[in-house]
Design a protein around this ligand. Sequence first.
Ligand SMILES: Cc1ncc(COP(=O)(O)O)c(C=O)c1O
Length: 404
Amino acid sequence: MLATYDVEALRQDFPFLQTGVAYLDSANTSQRPRQVLEAMERYFTGFNANIHRSAYRASEQATEAYEGARDKVRAFLNAASRKEIIYTRGTTEGINLVAYSWGRQNIRAGDLIVLTIMEHHSNIVPWQILAREKGARLAYVDVDEQGLLRQDQFETLLQQGPRLVCFTQVSNTLGTINPYREMTASAKAAGATVLIDGAQGAPHLGIDVQETGCDFYAFSGHKICGPTGIGILYGRRELLEAMPPFMGGGDMIRAVRLYDTDYAPLPEKFEAGTQAIAEAIGLGAAIDYVQGVGLDAIHAHEQALAEYALEALSEVSGLRVFGPPASGRAGVISMWMDGIHPHDLSTILDRHDVNIRAGHNCTMPLMERLGVPATARASFYLYTTRKEIDRLVAGLEDAKRIFG
Ligand SMILES: Cc1ncc(COP(=O)(O)O)c(C=O)c1O
């Protein structure tokens, strides 16, 4: 961890930030430091070859780098074994893998699946598809006025003995940090299998999957300073061993005969076809980078920014800000400005070189609950500065002037 948090020094690592844009859309996708770009380039230019298959040095080096990145992810999550770390294309694929493989084997008619109203579509739609197919039931935990999950409702639903409980570690719209350790413990005590969506949690808080006790944890490389097209599904070994493959093809087999196949052991059983090799190596470099800065330091930086931003935004008249106080949130702030659609707001901010997200943030049920069609969302990461938040506030004031 850095002795003091030097945000200006960190920013030098990020080529895109040198363009001068105030990039406030890191919950959507983060920027990547040159350390990640260089790790990928070293693969492409120095030992570009397929993995696991060939007996020449470049292929062995590629396999070593790809598997080495898996070891880094194992340590990052504190998983008990590297066999529990499955490469995916991202959070969405990780959740779908669980829904198609574990879900089809374990969910039966009448079973209850508990979700929350703040879930991203990728933690809703796969369960709807599964529930429809199996005749299972879905139930949602609501949020209170502050944007915190209604724990009383959660406890009531647990009393009904759900088979599966899925929730996000951090809300991508409200910024709410859910009490994921306590929720996991209660759900496990009620006999449920627990999946945590770590898309917004892994980059900003990290997790210790053994201490937390969850069964599945999914996150995306591109939100944690890594490349697109790569993600991780952590699954408890016992569950992964019992699950059928999600996809069939090369690399996931031990022996193929005309009418049946012996599958490869974990983790290859779930990694069919040529994998995103450069991206996995890039993810390993991203994890080194984030751990080098330190997750505690990143979280403290983002919370200080959230506090600063909430204070500054409270001065902007006509602006409604969603979500809990800074102490209970990550660096995500969703807003609604009276009389200005978020898309217009985003366009005007772009003229000020301020990039934010406008839309439903892939959380349409939550939008309905909040009573807005969309929000304007600013989100921060380890490289965000107070000056960028000042530019956001100035842009909002300008939008108000333009719209009268
Ligand atoms: C909470 C949450 N879950 C899941 C996802 C989906 O991630 P991906 O599109 O990388 O699969 C996102 C992306 O915005 C997210 O914020």
